[in-house]
Ligand binder design. Structure first.
Ligand code: C5P
Length: 293
């Protein structure tokens, strides 16, 4: 029986660490990052169709430049596929917040269409395509807890990090070409050697916990210059009780580990009372073979 439709979920991520190691000759930067997928996710329905198309419940994401749509077109071309697909995207992950929503949608579409179109490509082959779509996309083909290096294309899954509840604050700040701008603010004296990431990964591999004192994001040192309003949000987050507040990717989203679900819920409600978008979510791991879906 041919699969005519399927549902895939596209999970958000946080970077427990994000170190910038240096600039490469291709203009990108080498990174070392411990990444973790979250329960918070977008939902994607894929339906067999003659052409490739995408519609999204957020109108401004329905255009041709949507990364998930570009992922579908790229896979169709690379796999010389005759069929098409209708992609129906329901967003829940804050948009352009540093939580990897667009990249995760793209990866979920690659995983789903790989099945719908019966390509049966191994994840390593999908990963080459994913890497061309964006530096965060390869990680989402794996999900869970991983140490990510290179441009973002060297992904090694590690055992689940012992982390519980995350509170995410999504400031209402928009910065055009955000990621590129944020990288351009990092100066060589802010480059690190990946030791923090490897230390945390080692601790997780050894079965230890992942306390927030081990978290680090190189963009935290420069973010306020690009987005001065961030300070108000960070101070507000601390004022409700969060001690270690870390940027999500290149921001402006930020996260803190809550000591319990109840305390996390209290932080979320207090942040929402300020009129801010706040989420309570937990870490998420794929169920089988490291493939989401
Ligand atoms: O790959 P992605 O589209 O996410 O990258 C957006 C921009 O962020 C790139 O054009 C580049 O300026 C910067 N970047 C970088 N090094 C990385 C990832 C992204 O310099 N590893």
């Amino acid at each position: 029986m041919t699969t005519e439709s399927m549902e895939v979920s596209a999970h958000a991520k946080v970077n427990l660490t994000l170190e910038v190691l240096g600039k490469r000759s291709d203009g990108f930067h080498n990174l070392a990052s411990v990444m973790q997928t979250l329960e918070l996710h977008d939902s994607i329905r894929l339906e067999a169709a003659a052409d490739v198309s995408l519609s999204c419940d957020v109108a401004r994401l329905s255009g041709e430049d949507n990364l998930a749509l570009r992922a579908a077109r790229a896979l169709k071309e690379a796999g010389a596929v005759n069929a098409g697909a209708r992609i129906l995207l329901t967003k829940r992950i804050p948009i352009a917040g540093g939580l990897g929503g667009g990249s995760s949608d793209a990866a979920a579409v690659l995983i789903g269409l790989n099945r719908l179109w019966r390509l049966e490509w191994p994840v390593t082959r999908l990963s080459e395509l994913a890497n061309r779509l964006g530096s965060d996309v390869p990680f989402f083909l794996y999900g869970g807890t991983a140490i990510v290096q290179g441009r973002g294309d060297e992904v090694v899954q590690i055992p689940p990090a012992k982390v519980g509840w995350f509170v995410i604050l999504a400031p209402d700040i928009e910065l055009t070409s955000k990621t590129g701008k944020m990288f351009s603010l990092i100066t060589p004296d802010q480059y690190t050697r990946g030791v923090l990431s490897h230390k945390l990964a080692g601790r997780i591999r050894g079965g230890g916990d992942a306390p927030s004192q081990f978290f680090f994001n190189a963009f935290d040192a420069v973010a306020d210059r690009a987005m001065p309003e961030l300070r108000t949000y960070r101070d507000g987050f601390r004022s409700v009780g969060a001690r270690e507040v870390t940027l999500c990717g290149a921001g402006p989203g930020m996260f803190a580990l809550a000591p319990s679900r109840e305390i996390g819920l209290a932080w979320q409600l207090l942040l929402q009372r300020k009129g801010w978008r706040a989420y309570l979510t937990s870490a998420w791991w794929p169920s089988a073979k490291g493939i989401t879906g």
